[in-house]
Design a protein around this ligand. Structure first.
Ligand SMILES: [Mg+2]
Length: 226
């Protein structure tokens, strides 16, 4: 089977945003009385939309008897983060080369649960914007974010390709589930600086067809799908 399109997640796949954001947000949440461990935080929030994270936090605040969380708490934090700390962001090792390779042989898009403003800042800040052009899909582009398949289906439709001929590149169980639900091939990519030893197993549990440790491994695998 050959692929027609390679669809990329952004956070933790193209840029090392998960680790940076986790560090900042865990500090804020700790001050508010949420005593999440790194593992709790990652299992609970990584890969979700700001809205979905906000809903979980509001539920948790209620359960724990903490002060209520505002409806725009997460979106405000994300905007502040990527407005004021974009220079601290780095590319995931090999990811820019991977996207450049994919663009030479397949249609490409980025489909992210991130809000649009933050997504554009991350893509512009790390030189991905010219590669993707207007094939950039953010949380606001669909009613249901990942793990629903909608955003990946939207990207496939925009390219005029059958979902079955698409592969998604993802770092989170939430994203893998979205790709699988869209009827696409879902590959896990474990080169981000937030990746922990338990990540691989969780991506496989979520339905990943293959899991790769490096961008070079994915380039090699894509060469067989041209
Ligand atoms: Mg991600």
């Amino acid at each position: 089977m050959t692929f027609k399109a390679v669809l990329f997640d952004c956070d933790g796949v193209l840029v090392n945003s998960e680790s940076l954001y986790e560090k900042k947000l865990m500090g804020i949440l700790s001050d508010l009385g949420f005593g999440y461990s790194h593992e709790d935080y990652e299992k609970k929030f990584v890969g979700l939309t700001d809205q979905a994270c906000n809903n979980l936090l509001q539920e948790d605040a209620k359960k724990r008897g903490l002060a209520p969380i505002a409806d725009d708490f997460m979106i405000t934090n994300a905007q502040e983060m990527w407005t004021n700390h974009i220079e601290e962001l780095t590319q995931v090792e090999g990811a820019h080369k991977l996207v450049t390779f994919a663009k030479q042989h397949f249609k490409i898009a980025v489909a992210s649960n991130s809000g649009r403003d933050a997504l554009i800042k991350k893509l512009n800040g790390k030189d991905y914007a010219p590669l993707f052009g207007d094939m950039v899909y953010a949380a606001q582009d669909v009613v249901h974010g990942k793990p629903a398949p909608d955003i990946y289906l939207k990207a496939a439709k925009a390219h005029g390709v059958d979902p079955k001929s698409c592969v998604v590149i993802e770092d989170s169980p939430t994203g893998i589930k979205a790709g699988v639900a869209a009827g696409m091939t879902a590959w896990g990519f474990l080169a981000g600086d937030h990746i922990k030893p338990w990540h691989k197993e969780r991506l496989i549990e979520a339905g990943a067809h293959c899991v790769y440790d490096t961008a070079e491994d994915i380039i090699q695998a894509l060469q067989e799908k041209i």
